[in-house]
Design a protein around this ligand. Sequence first.
Ligand code: ADP
Ligand code: MG
Ligand code: MG
Length: 188
Amino acid sequence: EGVDDRICAGGIERACNALLAAEEELTLMDKVVGDGDLGTALARGARSWLGEPQTGDARHQLRALAAVVRREVGGTSGPLYAAGLLRAAEAVGADGDWAAALQAASEGVQELGGAKAGDRTMVDALAPAATEATAGLGAAQAAARRGADATTSQVARRGRSSYLGDRVKGHPDPGAVAVTVWLDALSD
Ligand code: ADP
Ligand code: MG
Ligand code: MG
């Protein structure tokens, strides 16, 4: 197991712990603009991974994580994250190219979910983060934060929030905020 593999394992572990810490916050957000299950759904996947973390190279770990997510995470987020993680596993390569992995994940989520930037979904954080990723993790994190913040003034064109029209205005999209939670946790 090389240094890159340990970095990957540490990153996934930190992301999972951050999602556990954010469970209540994400649940409350999803109660306002959705059905209130996002925090629980992501925490369920995180708990499962932390209970049985997989070793091996980044590709293997991301594949294993995709399988855990597919099995444990419900709602809309589960299949979308599982698809994104599988794409990331294909793209990460032997040298642990996380920027390529993030870009592939973003494309996978957009292909499966059909959302584009501006539709007020997780894509509003994920896509700009992926675009900025070649400039470094800090740039990706800042882009995700800006994208998630911008959803506060947007009306949803995808997902449950799209049934609420203007009523979601003033509240951020929980899926976009969740992206900032795990992405911020990847550094260290
Ligand atoms: P639900 O409970 O509505 O099935 P989740 O609670 O798992 O969904 O996730 C809600 C989040 O999923 C939203 O805040 C949004 O960011 C994201 N989302 C919803 N629809 C899509 C889509 N078509 N593409 C990408 N992300 C989406
Ligand atoms: Mg929900
Ligand atoms: Mg739901």
